[in-house]
Design a protein around this ligand. Structure first.
Ligand code: NDP
Length: 383
């Protein structure tokens, strides 16, 4: 029998939804690169249900019960007295989502001698100390591609929200105003602007493809270039490094993984090298910026706007400086947790559990750490 601790975000304040805005979600054939959607033997939920909160339990309560395993589901994850910290001591498996990350630090891993599997329901396992996981022989896995398009869509949304000055305009509408001049004094068209992504992986490339019809000039930087045919099809200009891209565009969108090379990347110097009035969008990880440099650049007007959905820590304090900085269009970390995405990563989580519990190999594209080494997607992303 295995013990699993699942750390999920709290239920909605009004309780678990009795019904939904829509009756179903679209059925997809596969992912854009041709890889298959998750293939668990079955699922015990209806796609479109809220699965990522405590009551939703990723649709896995029945699976754990039927197979005789112990399951603890909690949202209480921070501090030494938290349920997570207590239950971790004899847990074999930990499951959490980047939206409400159970930070698996080296200290916590040292206090979890039985821990063998750390599963990210979603994408991005930087909340796990991957070095410590390697040293302790813990397998780390996530559901590659499950929410990449969800994030790309949110990125386009937030880019438009910033450039068109949507958030203040919406507020005037709600508050009974009709302040056209106030709304448009900061509103522009994206058409004709230079738009660039840091990293053209699954998300970054999907963002480029979605921004192309807006008539922007596209740019990207990445460690490896896209195939020439893709560059030509998108009409996208390659930059050999982040510095070259940052000074050549009006809008930068960050899509690189968080690791040593990208931590603190958008600091005072790099932001200072951007055009005055640039926009910075970040749906990758907050720690790829220096938060105080973002605030200072918004306050001085060097950045015209900042948007994204990733913060550090998560959840951020009520007085986190990013909540009150000027001209931002931040959301909580929601882009990768639409009901559509939840159905995919919940099914993928079950697929990984079924394989792992049966001693079968986990799909390489889902692997981050295995056998004491970075493996599969992890070997590529976190190098
Ligand atoms: P991919 O692995 O498909 O793409 C990452 C890309 O980053 C790769 O093309 C890689 O290059 C490139 N890269 C790595 N290091 C650098 C660097 N130093 N400079 C430039 N490019 C670099 O990942 P995804 O697109 O699926 O996801 C990207 C990130 O988005 C995740 O790591 C995660 O942190 C975040 N994310 C956020 C979500 C949200 O809800 N907000 C949800 C899902 C993911 P190459 O392959 O050429 O070596």
């Amino acid at each position: 029998m295995a013990k699993c601790v699942m750390v999920l975000y709290p239920d909605p304040v009004d309780g678990y939804p009795p019904r939904y805005a829509r009756d179903s979600i679209p059925v997809l054939d596969g992912y854009p690169d041709g890889s298959t959607l998750p293939t668990p033997s079955a699922v015990d939920f209806t796609p479109g249900e809220l699965l990522g909160c405590v009551s939703g339990a990723l649709g896995l309560r029945k699976f754990f019960a039927d197979n005789g395993h112990e399951l603890v589901v909690t949202s209480d994850k921070d501090g030494p007295d938290s349920v997570f910290e207590r239950e971790l001591a004899d847990a074999d498996i930990v499951i959490s989502q980047p939206f409400w990350p159970a930070y698996l630090t080296a200290e916590r891993i040292a206090r979890a001698p039985k821990l063998k599997l750390a599963l990210t329901a979603g994408i991005g396992s930087d909340h796990v100390d991957l070095d410590a996981a390697r040293k302790h022989g813990i397998t780390v896995a996530e559901e590659t591609y499950s929410n990449s398009i969800s994030v790309a869509e949110h990125t386009v949304l937030q880019t438009l929200a910033l450039v068109r000055n949507f958030v203040p305009s919406h507020r005037y509408a709600v508050d009974g105003g009709w302040n056209i001049a106030d709304c448009v004094a900061r509103a522009y068209d994206v058409e004709g602007m230079d738009f660039g992504v840091i990293a053209a992986g699954r998300i970054g490339r999907a963002v480029l493809e979605r921004m192309k019809p807006f008539g922007v000039r596209l740019h990207y930087t990445d460690i490896h270039r896209l195939p020439e045919s893709v560059e030509q099809e998108l009409g996208v200009t390659f930059h050999p490094d982040v510095a070259s891209l940052a000074r050549a565009v009006d809008i930068v969108s960050i899509h690189s993984p968080l690791y040593a090379d990208t931590r603190g990347m958008f600091d005072e110097q790099l932001i200072g090298s951007m055009r005055r009035g640039s926009y910075l969008v970040n749906t990758a990880r907050a720690e790829e910026t220096v938060p105080a440099a973002v605030v200072a650049a918004l306050e001085s007007g060097h950045l015209a706007g900042y948007a994204g959905d990733v913060w550090y820590p998560q959840p951020p304090a009520a007085d986190h400086a990013w909540r009150s900085m000027p001209n931002h269009a931040m959301t909580p970390h929601v882009s990768g947790s639409t009901l559509s995405a939840q159905a995919r990563y919940a099914a993928g989580t079950r697929e990984i559990l079924e394989d792992w519990l049966a001693g079968r190999p986990i799909r390489p594209e889902y692997l981050i750490v295995q056998g004491g080494e970075l493996a599969g997607t992890g070997a590529h992303s976190y190098r």
